[in-house]
Design a protein around this ligand. Sequence first.
Ligand code: SF4
Length: 160
Amino acid sequence: MGILENRFPNNILFTTADSVINWGRKSALWPETFGIACCAIEMISTGCARYDLDRLGIIFRPSPRQSDVMVIAGTVTKKFASVVKLLYDQMPEPRWVISMGTCAISGGVYNTYAVVQGSELIVPVDVHVPGCPPRPDALIHGFLKLQEKIKNNKVLRKSY
Ligand code: SF4
């Protein structure tokens, strides 16, 4: 540390507001503690000690009002679709959605009148994580993809 201090005396760091804002947003993703079907078990496992999402700044929150990520983990039935939409609406902006598993992405094997054939029909989806169910490392990859997307987001409009 001492070597670094001597190497760059009185240094100034230049960056952009977009970079700082996006860095803050991507480094502290707080998903809702919310699961629908079997994929939720993999999501829970991802948050537990073996995979430890906390080390990436991803910490599950007990309320949609404290969350900025919704992981749709499981089969969305038409009866339950209004609950998913309500929870999404209760999340403050900016917010993101990960569609986890083939059921959430496209209805999966449940091509029936009772199942929503893709959660994009209810809420805007940012990242799809395929699999039945996707393993925890696949969900972690999904979170990393979401972080990449947030990092490249244009927060402030150019005025020139
Ligand atoms: S994708 Fe597979 S594991 Fe996930 S909710 Fe559907 S049936 Fe269950």
